[in-house]
Design a protein around this ligand. Sequence first.
Ligand SMILES: *[C@@H]1O[C@H](CO)[C@@H](O)[C@H](O)[C@H]1NC(C)=O
Ligand SMILES: *[C@@H]1O[C@H](CO)[C@@H](O)[C@H](O)[C@H]1NC(C)=O
Ligand SMILES: *[C@@H]1O[C@H](CO)[C@@H](O)[C@H](O)[C@H]1NC(C)=O
Ligand SMILES: *[C@@H]1O[C@H](CO)[C@@H](O)[C@H](O)[C@H]1NC(C)=O
Ligand SMILES: *[C@@H]1O[C@H](CO)[C@@H](O)[C@H](O)[C@H]1NC(C)=O
Length: 765
Amino acid sequence: MMKIFSVKVRSFSETIFCFLAFSLVGYANLDFTRHVNVFQGTAGGGNRFPGVVAAPFAMVKLGPDVKSGTADAYSGYLPNGNVWGYSLMHESGTGGAPKYGVVSQMPVIGDLPNPLVDLSQPRASPDEGNIGYYKSSLANGIVIELTATEHAGLYKYSFPSNSSGPSIVVDVSHVLPSFRGLGWEQHYSYGDFNFFEDGHYEGSGTYDNGWNLSPNWNIYFCGRFTQQPVTTKTFKGSGTTLASYDTTSSISGNERVGGVFTFKDSSVISRVGISYISTEKACQNLDNEIPEQTDFQNLVGKARNKWNTEVFSKIQISSENSSDHDLLYSSLLGMFMIPSNLTGENPDWSSPEPYYSDIFTLWDTHRCHTALFQIVQPEAYEEFIRSLIDIWRFDGFMPDARSSNYNGRVQGGSNADNVLADAYVKGVRGSINWDDGFSAMVTDAEVVPPNNHDPKAPDSSTKEGRGALPDWLKYGYNTPTFTRAVSRAVEYSTNDFGLYQVANGLGKIDEAERYLNRSRNWRNHWNPAASSNGHSGFVVPRRANGSFIPQDPLSCGGCYWGDAYYEDNPWVYSLNALHDVYTMKKWIGGDEKFVDRIDKLWELGIFNAGNEPSFASPYLYNFVKGKQHRSVERSRQIGKLYNAGERGLPGNSDAGAMEANILWQMIGLYPITGQTTFLILSPWFPELTINLGNGKRLTITTTGGNKDSAFYVQSLKVNDEPWTKSWISFEEIFSNGATLSFVLGSDPVDWATGDLPPSPSSGDQ
Ligand SMILES: *[C@@H]1O[C@H](CO)[C@@H](O)[C@H](O)[C@H]1NC(C)=O
Ligand SMILES: *[C@@H]1O[C@H](CO)[C@@H](O)[C@H](O)[C@H]1NC(C)=O
Ligand SMILES: *[C@@H]1O[C@H](CO)[C@@H](O)[C@H](O)[C@H]1NC(C)=O
Ligand SMILES: *[C@@H]1O[C@H](CO)[C@@H](O)[C@H](O)[C@H]1NC(C)=O
Ligand SMILES: *[C@@H]1O[C@H](CO)[C@@H](O)[C@H](O)[C@H]1NC(C)=O
């Protein structure tokens, strides 16, 4: 698939290169899109979305919806199976259960006595795509090409010339199903569909549920065709049983509703706009962004232009190896498809603040994605932070996850706190109201969110906030009254550390002291007697009377919603207090034991590069003198798990969290969220430049070695001055730009002899 894909795409990109050369300025006048495989991470559990996303954070994500037995198609796409529609809304890289897959069209040929039957088609060949462009060839000979803008999509259909009755079916009940049986499947509940004499159609659909357990939400649409249909019909029915199918122009109800447009031409173009606000707004979005006569290639070129200037040109490398370029730019694409910028499309309140949704989830992205989001897309990042705070203003709590304009679900802590802290300590100000930002964080830290009675975790809210807060406030730890008690406690500590950081910056002395103290509460779960594989001291469940509950540190029960630990075991969570590393180190038994504890994550087969709780663990060697090279070795091991192919991600993309992780490995740094600290690893390329805006750059060079065999750091200079610490702070490299000059070699050298990284909550140790 990669081969077919790259040959086609390269010739295609040349045809639009002229357009790009004229429209881009300065050092952005390069086309990086030929290095992008939009199919990266779309198979093998990556769940990435390969369809058209016309700009970073575009609301419209236009692509195929595929059926393959009972496999969930999280982003709509699966490499194998039949296509049953092409819809305008998707998430990218998520797990849990599919969300969206709404506002679709499906082309068919031949007589269509019943549009409610299965109209899906196998593909004649693998789908193809690149930035701004997607193509499917169906077994029945229909070819579908797609391009899009932020709020609208363009469909170009080529029907086989021998076919009779080329038709396009718009089924409002179309929504991605889930077969997992976990209660997270979406439902369609209401549709409204109308066609007009000029051949266009308008309407809306109502859906609920999905992983975030959302109540009913509406989406409005407006579709136009370049050709006048020869016949237009509406239909209504249940299952595959038709109740009506005729030329009535308006139809609505709780049953399946929609329309069938039949054409005489073998080439049909359709334009469809969407909106959360109204059908009028959907038409307006369409006519503003894709007016009649819009040239298909022109839209493709615009999408490429946007991705090149706004994202890809921000990071440039020198490398002879095209796999490096492919991995870099394909991963950058994966990072910026969600959240969606829905500014102007918020159906729930009006406000001068920006509005972003499709946060899926901060539990995944706070670890290293948001830190890179800030650097690559500073304007959008500031808007995103403002939007988190505005959601608190109007909904009462910031989201940990949010889709269809509804908060949910919360897997651990209230991790928006970490994201705000990270932005605050790195000097993100602009139009952010930080007093409100801190108040939003205090809500997380002090206000028990109303229980949403989630069957998977009935004890407390999974919608937002910190459900286990009653225990956290009363005991300084979470008792088994609460599900996920231990993993939530570790995250609440980090969240409270975030409050400390912002309170401290705002000069709120009392609050700073309170939350610094609370950031140490993870320690209250530490049972020094819990032992496993030559190690003792692990975070374990604890009763209200203070006694520890026996716990095998290798076990996490089911690791799921109802268990004491979520998605990982005590070994991993016992290394997760990244604001209090020296306490972890001391309680684990000192340097040597600490190093062995990290090693054991691999020896015992615990480490999972595809799961976020262990993202930072491989680099904690940097907190031990003389051990930075061990972090480098781990970094290289992790690098080998990635490539630009469809199975190129080691786990769910998770809204780009997985891609951000590999990008940090290439850069040779790893961020610690909520602090200005970056742990130093080993950069991959002779030269990598990050364009920081306003003419500032971070340039990272390596000499003397290479990425694959001679990757140990021998020495480092920062702005030509020798650097001997295993870490560096945000201000030193990102605030004004800098040069980092690494010398690499094939054997470890004890170069990092300076101060160890900070551990801000360990002060009393
Ligand atoms: C039309 O032509 C296509 C492509 O040549 C072929 O696959 C298909 O079977 C033909 N369909 C009919 C109805 O003849
Ligand atoms: C390019 O990099 C890839 C991935 O690291 C590696 O497998 C491949 O051997 C490299 N190719 C060359 C020509 O060095
Ligand atoms: C977000 O969307 C709004 C409305 O379309 C737009 O004005 C703003 O520039 C967008 N933000 C970014 C970073 O593109
Ligand atoms: C710190 O927190 C503990 C509970 O973990 C509490 O007993 C103690 O009073 C707190 N100290 C301060 C100064 O707030
Ligand atoms: C706490 O409760 C447990 C379980 O009921 C009991 O076995 C233990 O002895 C109690 N410990 C204390 C210190 O009261």
